[in-house]
Design a binder for this molecule. Structure first.
Ligand code: AMP
Ligand code: MG
Length: 482
């Protein structure tokens, strides 16, 4: 198998040899539950489906692989934790796709490591299924994301207040270089390590950076900020709430990682929070861009040691990059609403039109996805019956129709269709799928739902079942580290 180890040059304190070691204490043999055929084919992954149940179960070591656990630090809910690291994940190795781009293959839930800090190193089946479905849906929605190749039932039980079947998630990511990885090296004043990691990230994601010296560091920070802005715009556009935007869950490549306590926005509110531990709403839907900016500031701090300029000057230069964040974000934020509303040339007055829409949506608890799908649908030659303009929006709708009449209708429609999905991985359905897996080890619902989730911009007649907001949204909660 063509796996190689790209992190070992970082040294054994950053990249700790660590073997998956689930003892099969259960009565069942490990077996494959979910497999992402499309991903396997697209990335030319050197594994066959028929071997996956065995090879990705955490109970065997893949031939030719030298698994490791990576060290990282992280700000969790604003508090710095110096030693996090892969506490329940093993990086099996890296491989190249047909174009020569490198990817990591990682198992999660594959046993304790040097970083487990008393945790069991395991993963219950439910969160594993969530990661598989959510990451696939996000990719189809056009959001940068890590992917999930497979979910394997381990046959072992995991204790989470009660006994649950255990699972191993096989994640594929373009790298696992986190803001927290830089924080770890900075904390240990490992300047050589910081250099190596920055160069690894530049080579993987940003080979266009040709600057040298301090300019190189600044260019790197700038491009990471830009990628975070792009990611935040996508999350806002589709209504994704990550739930645990700690710096260890922030990749410098700008992809979504860790689908633990995530959920989708249904009734519109910028304040929406689902995570049980996010008591202050730090990671609320509308707070996410601010947090991404805050996380980039933590990266900036970690890069100070790489700057040759005298410290106060280095701090000023790095801070200047960060101040560009809000300006650049605001521009893209406006462009996002413009595309969701089909307003092809945004004017100052459009801000009032948008504010009125959002406050009406909030006051009437309108569904975020369905509202924008309904606006888009209303412009189709043969609108679908499954999306209709809510009565409470009628007055606003007339104003909006007058505004978009200023543009070419086909262009408006095209723009809106590509910005506004009809289908998202709704929270209630996600829970039903997870319940199916706990009960039966399979889900007929998922079999029907997954093809729809993979085509989320298709304006087609959809059963209300797939488009209705969850009934008990007010009480819906998600959980970390499960
Ligand atoms: P997460 O919230 O999944 O990003 O995890 C935060 C940190 O806790 C990471 O260092 C994880 O490796 C660690 N962690 C989460 N769950 C477990 C577990 N069951 N056993 C050991 N470490 C864990
Ligand atoms: Mg994490």
């Amino acid at each position: 198998m063509a796996f190689y180890d790209r992190y070992s040059l970082m040294g054994t304190s950053f990249c700790v040899p660590s073997t998956p070691h689930l003892a099969n204490q259960g009565s069942d043999e490990p077996h494959l539950l979910l497999w992402n055929e499309w991903l396997a084919a697209r990335l030319n992954i050197p594994l066959e489906k028929q071997d996956a149940g065995q090879l990705l179960s955490g109970q065997t070591v893949l031939e030719g692989a030298s698994p490791v656990a990576l060290a990282y630090s992280g700000h969790q809910f604003g508090h710095f934790n110096p030693t996090l690291g892969d506490g329940r994940a093993h990086l099996i190795g890296s491989f190249d796709d047909a174009l020569g781009n490198s990817f990591d293959l990682q198992l999660k839930g594959s046993g304790a490591t040097a970083f487990s800090r008393g945790g069991d190193g395991l993963c219950a089946l439910g969160p594993a299924v969530r990661e598989f479905v959510m990451s696939q849906a996000m990719r189809a929605l056009g959001v940068p994301t890590t992917d999930c190749l497979a979910v394997v039932a381990t046959g072992q039980q995991v204790y989470r207040n009660t006994m649950l079947p255990g699972a191993v998630v096989c994640r594929v990511a373009s790298s696992h270089i986190r803001v927290g990885s830089f924080q770890y090296l900075a904390l240990h004043q490992d300047i050589d390590g910081l250099h190596k990691l920055m160069e690894m990230a530049i080579a993987r994601y940003y080979p266009h950076i040709t600057e040298q010296g301090d300019e190189r560091v600044l260019a790197f920070l700038k491009v990471v900020c830009e990628q975070q802005i792009t990611l935040m715009i996508h999350w806002l556009r589709v209504g994704f709430i990550h739930g645990v935007m700690n710096t260890d869950n922030t990749l410098v490549g700008g992809e979504t990682i860790d689908y633990g306590p995530c959920a989708m926005l249904e009734s519109f509110s910028f304040e929406q929070v689902f995570s049980s531990i996010d008591k202050q709403g730090r990671y609320a839907f509308g707070q996410q861009p601010q947090i991404a900016s805050w996380n980039c500031a933590r990266l900036a701090e970690s890069l100070i040691g790489l700057m040759e300029a005298e410290e106060s000057q280095a701090v000023t230069q790095l801070s200047d990059v960060l101040t560009v964040f809000s300006h650049s974000f605001n521009k893209q934020y406006q462009a996002m609403w413009a595309s969701k509303l089909g307003i092809l040339a945004w004017q100052e007055e459009d801000n009032a039109l948008l504010s009125e829409l959002l406050s009406t949506m909030k006051a009437n608890q309108l569904d975020y996805t369905n509202t924008f799908a309904a606006l888009t649908n209303s412009l189709l030659e043969h609108p679908m019956a499954c999306f209709s303009i809510p009565e409470t929006l009628n007055a606003w709708y007339q104003k909006w129709l007058r505004r978009i009449a200023e543009f070419e209708r086909n262009l408006v429609l095209q723009t809106m269709q590509s910005a506004n999905p009809t289908l998202i991985p709704r929270n209630g359905l996600m829970e039903q799928v997870i319940a199916d897996y706990y009960k039966e080890g399979k889900s007929d619902l998922l079999t029907q739902w997954l093809p729809l989730l993979n085509d989320p911009y298709k304006y087609q007649e959809l059963a209300a079942f797939y488009t209705t907001s969850s009934d008990n949204e007010d009480n819906y909660q998600t959980f970390c580290g499960t």
